[in-house]
Design a protein around this ligand. Structure first.
Ligand SMILES: Cc1ncc(COP(=O)(O)O)c(C=O)c1O
Length: 435
């Protein structure tokens, strides 16, 4: 993201003719492309859809159906519903979990903002619980401390591809009769005690956006074993039409005033996945093992090249978990005597584009506004115990100030990637010894 913005500014400056010694070249990301994100197979799949002249999902024999079935088999859940984005999947997962307007939904402050804003979108109230500062993942005790009579669900995010402590979190959710949603947008195929993330909660959701482990440019899906949850997700995402599959019974549309109706059973959006997206997603799913392996190699190189530096701390990994890194998180130790923000700025000036962590959701303007007017963006009144202001999750703020991440996207070629890491290592040693 940072490098994207920088590249656009640089491109504009270049067109304007100011690309000279005064205008520095853009910092290149550590990523060194060696593998195409999408290739011939995806192109072939797209050609087939285009040849078919059917780009919108239909009931039988189409790419969306094939992708849903393949993904259900991949993670081992009964029902999968494919959507047009991960954000739509976040929203559908809350509806599937039974969240209704006015309910409270416990969310981590540290996640892409879609996780918590989806609660707002369905008329609910996001309640932020604090995180483990080592991982920025929800702390089970903090979840418990935020449960009230109005709490309907908790959304746990397996941040950066690291599984949350699911044993404790499942216990807290069960003991308090709260539904559990897993946001797996950043964590395909990661495991906790040998079990894949996305199989612990009542519902789980995924993203197929460009940066993810597999992509269709945009896209998402929800997965569940609960037929009722599946039905709710379909209605919400398909304008209330019961386009159920997996043998789930559909009501027959009724006659009204002597006229046939179409059978819209509930309020809903059109958040369907298209055939074009699904054809690409299906090919990508077939490559996921290869992508995962490449990501593990790249993360290993980051650990090898930077792990012994006294100023940085590698990702903290919980016992019995196998992460599948989306980006590789690094914490600056106190000995670095600078924030992650300043550190990333210095690295960027030297041509290394790292991502400083910027996702403490309640600090964003949209939450500040809700806090000010004491209503959510959909007009739901905030109860007095819900506040969106600096200091409500101190561990999140402390942890975020020290956290940065390095892309370990599978497109990178390990050889040149390692060379860039070695250059970064030298730069860090030099930077720290100059202070
Ligand atoms: C944790 C998390 N949740 C939800 C989303 C939303 O996914 P999308 O960008 O596909 O809408 C993302 C995407 O970046 C994410 O990282």
């Amino acid at each position: 993201m940072v490098s994207d913005i920088f590249l656009s500014v640089w491109a504009v400056a270049r067109v304007a003719g100011c690309f000279s010694e005064q205008c520095p070249p853009p910092p290149s990301s550590l990523r060194v492309d060696g593998m195409d994100i999408v290739g011939e197979q995806e192109l072939q799949a797209l050609r087939e859809v285009i040849r078919s002249q059917r780009l919108c999902r239909e009931r039988k024999g189409n790419a969306v159906n094939a992708f849903e079935e393949a993904f259900a088999g991949h993670i081992g859940r009964k029902y999968v519903y494919a959507l047009n984005s991960g954000t739509s999947a976040n929203e559908a997962s809350l509806i599937a979990a039974g969240v209704r307007p006015g309910d409270e939904v416990i969310c981590p402050p540290c996640s892409f903002i879609a996780t918590s804003l989806s609660a707002v979108a369905v008329g609910a109230i996001p309640v932020f619980a604090d995180v483990d500062p080592r991982t920025l993942i929800l702390d089970p005790d903090a979840i418990e401390s935020k449960i009230t009579k109005r709490t309907k669900a908790v959304v746990v995010v397996h941040l950066f591809g690291q599984p949350a402590r699911m044993d404790r979190i499942v216990d807290v959710a069960r003991a308090n009769d709260v539904r559990l949603v897993e946001d797996c947008a950043q964590a395909y195929d990661a495991t906790f005690r040998g079990r894949m993330v996305g199989t612990f909660g009542d519902v789980s959701c995924f993203s197929l956006q460009q940066s993810k482990h597999i992509t269709a440019g945009e896209g998402g899906m929800i997965a569940t074993d609960d037929e009722e949850a599946y039905r709710k997700a379909v209605l919400h995402s398909n304008i209330g039409l019961p386009s159920y599959r997996y043998g789930v019974q559909k009501p027959v549309p009724q006659m009204a005033a002597g006229l046939p109706t179409r059978g819209h059973l509930a309020f809903g959006h059109n958040h369907r996945m298209s055939e074009l997206q699904a054809s690409v997603a299906l090919v990508q799913l077939g490559k996921i093992a290869q992508f995962n392996q490449r990501r593990a190699v790249l993360a290993g190189l980051i650990a090898k090249c930077l792990g012994d530096l006294e100023w940085v701390q590698l990702a903290h990994v919980y016992p019995n978990t196998i992460p599948n890194w989306w980006e590789y998180p690094i914490r600056l130790r106190k000995t670095a005597r600078m924030t992650a923000h300043d550190f990333c700025k210095r690295c960027e000036e030297a041509g290394f584009s790292l991502s400083c962590y910027k996702e403490v959701n309640y600090l964003e303007a949209v939450y500040q506004e809700m806090n000010h007017v004491r209503r959510t963006s959909l007009g739901i009144r905030l109860p007095p115990h819900v506040r969106y202001e600096a200091g409500i999750c101190p561990e999140a703020e402390k942890g975020a100030s020290r956290l940065l991440s390095i892309s370990c996207h599978h497109a990178s070629d390990p050889g040149p990637f390692e060379e860039r890491l070695k250059e970064l290592r030298k730069f860090i040693i030099d930077l720290m010894s100059r202070k």
